[in-house]
Design a binder for this molecule. Structure first.
Ligand code: KET
Length: 447
């Protein structure tokens, strides 16, 4: 069909907006295409060349959801826990800890040290490595409080880019969409290793071993500690042991992302087993922890980066360099969220209450998996949907393609990432039928 000048113009804009370069600098041609609606004021702006960047593939889903006036709309994009009533949840134990903090008249709002709250750091290391971990007891772990999981990954990556001899990091294919950006902006070069097999909807263990086996000696390897995002597929403990053996034999550096401790199995200890396996052999290891999901402290931005070293002296030198990374970025971390976490982790009773609430969240997600699976069975939706109940953690990697997702959003007001990932934590018994209807329609109408 003949293209009109208008079609050509739109195509050019679309090309610009879709090119990765346009996220940062759109080049000059795009600005010439934009006509100003403000009487020419923007044309003499020094920022006139700035091109609108695309929304984030995950957080942008919430932006689109917020704009939709439909009463049946459902946000299954971001991994954020919702109650059966579809409401965000502030854990009771968090409310209690906050009350304690308010009641404590001795508390002040001074700056924290660059590395954050010392007690929080110690307790965070114990939480992930185990209270009796030799690495913790021997002070071989450098832990710094960071801005949630993302900030911990970033500080860890910046440190490795400056002080580790290998600048290449292998990330699983697929992985959380922010990983490649965090690592490449830190100065590491990003490569992928095979992880997920779409045919079996399970782990591509052979591919994983082959790719890590042919990685250069010393390469960094990003591992999801549990509840792999987006696939919901984790190695078994035996497979973890094989991965560990291979990685140690090639001196590959494990960099664990632990954003879901407690969310996979409902048990904090069980979900830390992969990390503990690596730490137990006495070699180095890097771990980024987040309290966003397991304590529901999303907006408080609380997390920790730990670097397990071979001696206390090395750990203290590593910590001194982490301070050099942190100081010019944000100087020192915020006090409130870390104080909540420290209150809960230090107090036996509160800690116990936390584990009960955490288990309840994990169990509700598992219930949603069973309800969705049954609802698709009832509808006779074509295909094998058993992966919905087999996958682990917050997400189901449905296998729906981007066109099917687009239909679910357009016709059913269901919002999710275009890779077909749904956040099971955003689902409730009341909304399962609506989702099942949408999935059934998408599967039967769009190939
Ligand atoms: N690692 C993984 C694997 C992860 O899924 C997230 C968040 C993070 C780190 C960072 O979380 P933080 O809030 O910085 O502690 N994932 C969800 C939210 C997001 O994309 O920011 C998500 O995938 O929906």
């Amino acid at each position: 069909m003949e293209q009109t000048p208008c079609d050509r113009r739109l195509a050019t804009i679309a090309r610009h907006l879709n090119s990765p370069r346009s996220e940062i600098d759109g080049g000059s041609s795009i600005s010439r295409l934009v006509t100003s609606a403000d009487g020419g004021r923007s044309s003499d702006s020094v920022f006139n060349h700035v091109v609108r960047a695309p929304e984030d593939p995950i957080l942008g889903v919430t932006v689109a959801y917020n704009k939709d006036p439909s009463p049946v709309k459902l946000n299954l994009g971001v991994g954020a826990y919702r109650t059966e009533e579809g409401k965000p949840l502030v854990l009771n134990v968090v409310k209690k800890a906050e009350q304690q903090l308010v009641n404590d008249r001795s508390r002040v709002k001074e700056y924290l040290p660059i590395v954050g709250l010392a007690e929080f750091n110690k307790l965070s290391a114990k939480l992930i490595f185990g209270a009796d971990s030799p690495a913790v007891l021997e002070n071989r772990v450098a832990t710094v409080q960071c801005l949630s999981g993302t900030g911990s990954l970033r500080i860890g990556a910046e440190f490795l880019a400056r002080h580790y001899h290998q600048k290449v990091i292998y990330i699983p294919q697929p992985t959380w969409g922010n990983h490649p950006k965090v690592f490449s902006l830190s100065g590491l070069s990003v490569k992928t290793y095979r992880y997920y097999d779409p045919a079996t909807r399970g782990l591509d263990f052979r591919g994983l071993l082959e790719d890590l086996g042919s990685a250069p000696s010393g390469a960094i390897v990003l591992l999801h500690a549990c509840a792999h995002n987006p696939t919901g597929v984790d190695p078994s403990l035996q497979q973890w042991e094989q991965i560990r053996k291979l990685m140690r034999s090639k001196r590959l550096m494990p960099f664990f992302d632990s954003a879901y401790q407690g969310f996979a199995s409902g048990s904090l200890d069980e979900d830390a087993q992969s990390v503990r396996l690596f730490v137990a052999d006495g070699s180095e290891c890097v771990v980024a922890q987040s309290y966003a999901k397991n304590m529901g402290l999303y907006g408080e931005r609380v997390g920790a980066l730990s670097i397990v070293c071979k001696s206390a002296d090395i750990a203290s030198r590593v910590e001194s360099q982490l301070k050099i990374v942190i100081r010019p970025m944000y100087s020192n971390p915020p006090i409130h969220g870390a104080s909540i976490v420290a209150c809960i982790l230090r107090d036996r009773q509160l800690y116990h209450e936390w584990t009960v609430e955490l288990k309840a969240m994990a169990d509700r997600i598992i219930r949603m998996r069973h309800q969705l699976y049954s609802a698709l069975q009832e509808r006779g939706t074509p295909g094998d949907w058993s992966h919905i109940i087999k996958q682990i953690g917050m997400f189901t990697f449905t296998g729906l393609n981007s066109k099917q997702v687009a239909l679910m959003t357009a016709e059913f007001h269901i919002y999710m990432t275009s890779d077909g990932r749904i956040s099971m934590a955003g689902l409730s018994s009341a909304t399962v039928p609506h989702l099942a209807d949408a999935m059934h329609a998408a599967i039967t109408h769009v190939v």
